[in-house]
Ligand binder design. Sequence first.
Ligand SMILES: C[S@@+](CC[C@H](N)C(=O)[O-])C[C@H]1O[C@@H](n2cnc3c(N)ncnc32)[C@H](O)[C@@H]1O
Length: 246
Amino acid sequence: MYQSLEASLHDLFWASESHADESHLLENFLQQQTGPSLEIGCGSGRLMLPLLEKGYQVEGVEIASDMVELLHKNAKERDVSPLVHHCAIEEFQPTQTYSSFAIPAFTLQLLSRASARQVLRKLRDISSEQTKLYLTLFIPWAEILDELEIDTWYLDKETQLDSGQTARCFTKHQIDRLHQTLYREHRYELAQQTHLSSQTLQWYFLPELINLLESSGWTYQEYDADFQKGNHDTDASVITVYATAS
Ligand SMILES: C[S@@+](CC[C@H](N)C(=O)[O-])C[C@H]1O[C@@H](n2cnc3c(N)ncnc32)[C@H](O)[C@@H]1O
């Protein structure tokens, strides 16, 4: 996962979706604490590097080598020096106590339900009483409501590069509504290059998520819907959830 074209096109596809920017929510969250923060699944530093430039103390954990390589390249261009732990969050060994943990951009959903619980419990175990948690997840309404045909490729994302070339991501899916699990295959295309990847994603509705947090040692505080501060739309596609160590 998150290698090759999937890694190099990741930030471009996010940038092409103007309504999908959570940097202001994450910055607002970090403003409310002092001390170091850890971003889990920091990727190529899309969210983390601008925060470092603004003086926030954010470290990252990232499993994919191509993402880590891109992060170091991007950091050099921005003249910042990030601390990135190149490992799975499941294997991460902290050397300090963090004031907060951030799991933005749906990363928790890439873990099985059992792993997500273990990771949340692990983060709580390495927390102090004041540690805060930030979590962004999405609900795949189009797939749930059958607006996309099962097992059929469709154009999911498309964006134009500075070079004038067009990058595309085609997707097809299977869905298990009973277990709230989505299986996706992606085909990334850029000029003559093609890259295939697959993901298994879990989705959570708010009551289950609150239950998951509370049974992992976190106290749920509130949520923002669809990347908008103070939006509590109960039909949201994206929820950013805040919790404190309990
Ligand atoms: C959707 S991307 C988000 C990247 C970054 N947070 C951003 O917003 O641009 C998810 C990232 O999580 C990483 N990831 C997935 N599972 C992970 C794990 N178990 N431990 C650490 N990183 C993981 C992926 O390699 C990928 O870079």
